[in-house]
Design a protein around this ligand. Structure first.
Ligand SMILES: [Zn+2]
Ligand SMILES: [Zn+2]
Length: 348
């Protein structure tokens, strides 16, 4: 089977590997679609893991099952698989007990074999049991690819208190696929378009955000985002700000555009060692909360699947490019250019 292995940012090779065979509790999936993740486009992040088989947003069909899974999965099941799964031992695991799945040691050590951009994927027992979701009939494999990224979005929004009881205004910084998924999720949570402001520098992405539900957009290559948000909100600033880009500058903008009592979701890390300076006097008196949100877990992936199934989010809204596995390097380069693209997929 073919797999796409990254050695460095500009060196992704297509390599042959034997098809793995599932042991007890495991399953083999034939991959049908696999997403290029925005997070994997940060060179410092992905290269520290290299060499690795890229990708962690696959969907496909179960083609073989190991013993002991017959009550849960069968050949022919269409599934979306999360590459990390927690132990779900609610009695003994200090993190699963509290629903903080990404801190569970099983979650951290679990992974798909050999990775997401591979013609076949071995789903280990823990992933199969706790975070492999069957795709309801109307959903496509491409819809299935969105479960993990949308799960990350829903986790961040949940940590920020959404769905909210009162009307809130939201400023979404960065309108790549993750920013757009935020806008779609906010709409699904009942936030009115007129209260959603997006920011980016790419005209294609600004237009896409307007078409998919943002009431206003700010081109930060022309306009100062702090002044723009001030003007649009009549001086109130935003109740919630999503800091999407992995730049300290964008994180600063997020803190400045949050209004009194506002919240900032830190959706992306910065490079290790980079420092975000915070004025405690300012955030104390303005009561601005900074809420980091890393990855996702079984509860949010299920919520994501329900939101996709409800039609609020679909692949045709955000998938802009599809490549065969042999062109993974091109796909990766295109996604990294962050221009006229949103979700870039490898299609099998
Ligand atoms: Zn991802
Ligand atoms: Zn656990």
């Amino acid at each position: 089977m073919k797999t796409a292995r990254l050695y460095s940012f500009g060196d992704i090779r297509i390599e042959d590997m034997p098809v793995p065979s599932p042991g007890p509790g495991e399953a083999l999936m034939k991959t049908m679609a696999s997403g290029i993740c925005s997070g994997d486009l940060m060179p410092w992040y992905i290269e520290k893991k290299a060499p690795l088989v890229l990708g962690h947003e696959p969907s496909g069909v179960i083609v073989r099952t190991g013993s002991g899974v017959e009550d849960f999965f069968a050949e022919g099941d269409r599934v979306s698989v999360h590459h990390h799964a927690p132990c779900m031992d609610r009695e003994n695991c200090p993190f699963c007990k509290k629903g903080q799945f990404v801190h569970c040691s099983t979650w951290k050590s679990s992974s798909l074999i050999p990775g997401g951009i591979s013609e076949y994927i071995l789903i280990p027992a823990v992933n199969l049991m706790h975070d492999t979701l069957k795709l309801p009939e109307p959903l496509s494999f491409e819809d299935g690819v969105l479960v993990e990224p949308l799960g990350c979005v829903l986790k961040g929004l949940r940590r920020a208190g959404l769905p909210a009881k009162n009307a809130i205004s939201v400023f979404v910084i960065g309108l790549g696929v993750m920013g757009i998924l935020h806008i779609l999720a906010l709409k699904a949570f009942g936030v009115k378009g007129e209260n959603i402001i997006g920011a980016d520098t790419v005209p294609f992405r600004l237009e896409k955000a307007l078409r998919l539900g943002a009431g206003r957009v700010v081109d930060v290559s022309r306009e100062d985002p702090v002044q723009a948000v001030k003007k649009i909100t009549g001086g109130q600033m935003a109740d919630l700000v999503i800091a999407g880009p992995n730049s300290v500058r964008a994180m600063h903008t997020a803190l400045e555009t949050a209004g009194p009592g506002g919240k900032v979701v830190l959706f992306t890390p910065a490079k290790p060692g980079e420092v975000l300076s915070i004025d405690p006097n300012d955030i104390y008196f303005r009561e601005v909360s900074l809420i980091p949100s890393y990855s996702t877990g079984p509860e949010d992936t299920r919520a994501a699947l329900a939101m996709i199934n409800g039609g609020h989010v679909r692949a045709d809204m955000v998938v802009t490019h599809r490549f065969p596995i042999g062109e993974t390097q091109e796909a990766y380069r295109l996604a990294a250019r962050a221009a006229d693209s949103l979700k870039v997929l490898i299609s099998f």
